[in-house]
Design a protein around this ligand. Sequence first.
Ligand code: ADP
Ligand code: MG
Length: 238
Amino acid sequence: MAAIELKNIVKSFGDTAVVKGIDLNIEDGEFVVLVGPSGCGKSTTLRMIAGLEQATSGDIVIGDRVVNDIEPQHRNIAMVFQNYALYPHKSVKENIIFALRRQKVDNQDIERRLTEVSEMLQLEALLDRKPADLSGGQRQRVAMGRAIIREADLFLFDEPLSNLDSKLRSHMRTEIGKIHNKFGRTSVYVTHDQVEAMTLADKVVVLHDGYIAQAGTPMEVYLNPANVFVAQFIGSPS
Ligand code: ADP
Ligand code: MG
């Protein structure tokens, strides 16, 4: 059974279609990267999987459920956004455990998970601080911690590293790979950065103007681009 199935997904805003019929199967445990230039429909596609946007037509299946009419909070997903979306007035600790409190996870379990996640992301010394007192990289780690601690089946990432400088970006890329390997969850990761896509992905999905231009392993896409757009975007040898 596929973890996620997108069946002929279309999304229009007014009269303008921005996602134009996407079919995609994502397997359990797979790290799939949606990559493509700005405006090609990556975030919209991810937001439909998350339930933050409704598809205009088509079906989204997660596990064994068609989730078209299921609210985001009931989709068993955790999402990391580009702008981190932290609560400014809450401490790092409260930011990380907020969703668990709301889900009525018991305190002992919350503390156990918090310890594990803080160690993994080196957040121990930051737990009492407010987001405003953190660097960009630290905020990003808090946003990751908040997602991981939910122990959701599915992780969604929307350009989580694009606000970081290049050194930190490459460090966090490695960290995300490690987290994925440790938890083995299915991940869908959106980026416009080809290097990020090729490094992280089990499967790369190249989007172009609302369509899938090509989907395959990084090697397949790199060595055997389906068309000129993919070749140029990925930087395949000519
Ligand atoms: P990407 O993440 O690949 O940069 P998006 O999915 O954010 O692209 O956007 C795809 C297209 O849809 C863009 O042209 C964008 O302007 C448009 N779009 C996205 N969200 C909305 C919205 N809420 N209303 C109208 N147009 C939108
Ligand atoms: Mg986007």
